[in-house]
Write a protein that binds this ligand. Structure first.
Ligand code: NAI
Length: 344
């Protein structure tokens, strides 16, 4: 029976993987540790590994996995910016879950927008203390406002549908526009200038790192609301903080944060966190932060468990790896797969 090391395990992961693992010929061993170059040696005697978004799968971690005979890394997520793909090539097959529920993430983005705009986070705290004052709780109608969506893949398109349901106008930017979608595509600069609400749904790449920065913030409308459920490093956090302090940005809903990997998913309520930018953002009345939870629905967790174990089964059965990704695939489909359907 193949032995699989499951890194960065949380109770909600176990619920769904335990429900279906009997259907597969694997022994899953759950580790609470994140997969990093320091913990990679835990895979001694294992055949595969499962990892998540905030694991650090760098050259050293990859070499340790490969040296210990692990040939497959199954990411139980869609994003893969935390992997050194060049180092993995020829050593470690990487598979992922390309889509598990675009609805989960898009609905969370809208939930954050509604909460922030209508100040539900503040109203909730007030009424718990029998403070029924409405001062400071004024929002704006979403109906008739313009949403600017950056990245119109699976999640961006669901978010666009939701915005349309609210009677919003939608503008989008994507270097690969969706054909026949009826979406109004504009250049990035025009989107920044016209949108009342901007939501990020593109992957983190060299081109998209810090697309929200001092320069692009200056192009935006005063009072613009930003939503980021994609990856933290799409936004320069220091420059966002300055723009919120100056009033340029009217609200920020962040499910992801540039320096989240040592913080998110853990309980620091008995410590003072060292990240002053995050602490300052959290202190602001017009900032709403959730800790990378946009994916967290029952449907998404079930799909993640099913696809991850199917990906591993395909690998061990010597089959085509439908969800394999390498640095060449990442260059938008330039991977020339081998006759057996694998990247190498
Ligand atoms: P997708 O691959 O279906 O869509 C991404 C879109 O971004 C594509 O249409 C692509 O052409 C576009 N894009 C690429 N470069 C771009 C650029 N420079 N500017 C604008 N658009 C660009 O991906 P999907 O499933 O919609 O996911 C989007 C992102 O959401 C993922 O990359 C991931 O980072 C994030 N995510 C966050 C989750 C959470 O729990 N917060 C969960 C799942 C995904």
């Amino acid at each position: 029976m193949k032995k699989i090391a499951f890194f960065d395990t949380k109770p909600y992961d176990k619920i769904w993987f335990d429900q279906i693992k009997a259907d597969y010929d694997f022994e899953l061993v759950y580790f609470e540790e994140k997969l990093t170059s320091n913990t990679a040696s835990m895979v001694q005697g294992y055949d595969g590994a499962i990892a998540f978004v905030n694991d650090t799968i760098d050259k050293n971690a990859i070499e340790t996995l490969a040296k210990n005979g692990v040939g497959i890394l199954a990411m139980r997520c869609a994003g893969y910016n935390n992997i050194d793909f060049k180092a993995a090539f020829q050593k470690l097959h990487v598979v992922r879950v390309p889509a598990y529920s675009p609805y989960a993430v898009a609905e969370h983005a809208m939930a954050m927008l509604l909460c922030l705009n209508r100040k539900l986070h503040r109203a909730f705290n007030r009424t718990r203390e029998y403070n029924f004052s409405l001062n400071g709780l004024t929002g704006f109608d979403l109906h008739g406002k313009t949403a600017g969506v950056i990245g119109t893949g699976k999640i961006g398109r669901v978010f666009i549908d939701i915005c349309r349901g609210f009677g919003m106008n939608v503008l989008a930017f994507d270097p690969y526009p969706a054909k026949d979608s009826g979406i109004e595509y504009v250049e990035q600069e025009e989107l920044f200038a016209r949108a009342d609400v901007i939501s990020l749904h593109c992957p983190l790449t060299k081109e998209t790192a810090h697309i929200i920065n001092k320069k692009t913030l200056a192009l935006m409308k005063d009072g613009v609301v930003l939503i980021n459920t994609s990856r933290g490093a799409l936004i320069d956090s220091d420059e966002l903080l300055e723009a919120i302090k100056s009033g340029k940005v009217g609200g920020a809903a962040l499910d992801v944060y540039e320096e989240e990997s040592d913080l998110f998913y853990e309980d620091f309520s008995n410590t003072n966190i060292q990240d002053d930018v995050l602490a300052r953002l959290i202190s602001m009345h017009n900032v709403l932060i959730t800790s990378h939870q946009a994916f967290l629905t029952n449907e998404a967790l079930q799909n993640i468990a099913e696809t991850t174990l199917k990906n591993l089964e395909e690998y061990f059965a010597g089959k085509l790896l439908q969800n394999e990704i390498c640095y060449q695939c990442d260059k938008l489909g330039k991977c020339e797969k081998l006759p057996n359907g694998r990247c190498f």
